[in-house]
Ligand binder design. Structure first.
Ligand SMILES: Cc1cc2nc3c(=O)[nH]c(=O)nc-3n(C[C@H](O)[C@H](O)[C@H](O)COP(=O)(O)OP(=O)(O)OC[C@H]3O[C@@H](n4cnc5c(N)ncnc54)[C@H](O)[C@@H]3O)c2cc1C
Length: 395
């Protein structure tokens, strides 16, 4: 099989490279990684980059042109993601562009689309996702946050947890129980409201890598207009599942992995020999690195599988789970391999010291733990592959 670009794909790749050469510097990539990307300060700093992406439609490559997207094919989206990752540039889209906007296009009213889609594209409004609760994660349909209807408003009470970026977000979309007597999947509605609504409070959660990425969010008599419900009352589960399909079918999973490995290879070759285990008898590091290199190739093939499915206008299902499972576990192995390069130095955490002792590797190792939990745990992905992919009975 020939995996090389076709003539049209090669021309598109060249166009993306020209764009990056012209505008890429405005992205200040190194400063804009991770959650910080959402903060108002970084949003202001990267405005030039965002504006250039918006002007080309590439801020939302998959959105139809009528909504301000680029209407790119799945393969073109992959090429765009690949080239951005290759240049170390961040995607500034966030949840709004990736998941909520496309869901609103399907389930939203004309007024809701008019109100929100443009602001999502222009980066004027950042969204967070209120799904998980203390007793509802993998079993999300058990959620207990209540929305009781009073005239043309809902009154919201309850709590969300692990809400990424809530501290930077302007609006939240979330699932709440609107009919406690209905079977659990059928009594849920999807609501949206500004984060500065009266009765909303955000409490930080610091993860084990000492980062403030997610939060608890509490609701006390928050009043949400009925006009802010997306889809029918008590049918929110199905609206939410549309959104989850977009979350899981992210075709960019493997993009960037090979770049990270090339970076690690360079570090291994350049670092002072006394600060690494490379070449030390019995370390096995070369062999471990080689395994990671091969696994990154496999991750890329999973991406190709998902793109092929999307190019046929189908939605990847257990195939997306295979890619998510493999790539997230690979990310943890890469983080462990990175840490092991430095031997005992790797567990030092002092940013004033050398790369080996700075804590970067240790932070990366701790940070990677969450990759097999976020967006559905590895066990949940294995369940999907077993039941939907292989037809095995639930058990
Ligand atoms: C970095 C990060 C960011 C996140 N961001 C958000 C966000 O923005 N918004 C949001 O709403 N949530 C977010 N989450 C929450 C995430 O969706 C949940 O953590 C995840 O769905 C798991 O739920 P839980 O933590 O309640 O664990 P549980 O569901 O309680 O799972 C505990 C353990 O039991 C296992 N398990 C559960 N059910 C099964 C089963 N049926 N079969 C086999 N094993 C099972 C799980 O795999 C896990 O090992 C985020 C999580 C992380 C780590």
């Amino acid at each position: 099989m020939d995996l090389a670009d076709t003539t049209e794909q090669a021309a598109f790749r060249a166009q993306v490279r020209d764009f990056i050469a012209e505008h890429g510097a405005k992205a200040k990539a190194e400063e804009t990684e991770g959650e910080a990307l959402l903060s108002r300060e970084v949003r202001a700093k990267t405005k030039g980059w965002r504006d250039a992406l918006v002007a080309s439609g590439w801020i939302a490559p998959a959105w139809p042109v009528e909504y301000g997207g680029a209407g790119l094919t799945a393969t073109e989206q992959f090429i765009l993601n690949e080239e951005l990752a290759e240049s170390g540039l961040s995607n500034v889209g966030g949840f709004g562009v990736m998941m909520f906007g496309p869901t609103l296009m399907i389930h939203g009213t004309d007024d809701q689309k008019r109100e929100h889609l443009g602001k999502i594209l222009r980066g004027e409004v950042v969204w967070c996702q209120g799904w998980s609760e203390p007793s509802a994660g993998s079993d999300l349909a058990s959620l207990q946050t209540r929305a009781i209807r009073e005239g043309d408003e809902y009154v919201l009470n309850g709590q969300k947890i692990w809400t990424s970026g809530a501290q930077h977000s302007d609006w939240m979309y979330m699932l709440a129980r609107t009919d406690p007597d209905a079977p659990k999947h059928r009594g849920i509605s999807l609501l949206m409201f500004p984060m500065d609504s009266s009765g909303v409070s955000v409490r930080p959660l610091i993860n084990l890598a000492n980062n403030h990425g997610f939060n608890e969010v509490f609701f006390e008599d928050v009043r949400v207009p009925v006009a802010n419900r997306v889809g029918e009352e008590n049918r929110g589960w199905y609206v939410g599942m549309t959104l989850t399909d977009y979350e899981r079918s992210g075709i960019g999973n493997a993009v960037g992995t090979q770049r990270r490995l090339r970076g690690l290879l360079r570090t291994a070759l350049d670092a002072p020999p006394e600060q690494t285990v490379l070449g030390r008898a019995g370390s096995g590091w070369r062999l471990a690195f080689t395994d990671r290199w091969i696994e990154a190739e496999i991750a890329r093939l999973f991406s190709y599988l998902n793109i092929t499915i999307r190019a046929r206008n189908m939605v990847p299902n257990h195939e997306a789970s295979m890619s998510k499972l493999f790539t997230s576990e690979l990310n943890q192995r890469i983080a462990a391999t990175t840490l092991r390069l430095y031997g005992l130095y790797g567990s030092m955490w002092d940013s004033r010291r050398s790369e080996a002792q700075s804590g970067k590797a240790a932070g990366g190792y701790l940070g990677a733990v969450s990759s097999t939990i976020a967006g559905g745990t590895s066990e949940v992905q294995r369940n999907i592959i077993a039941t939907r992919g292989l037809g095995l009975p639930r058990g």
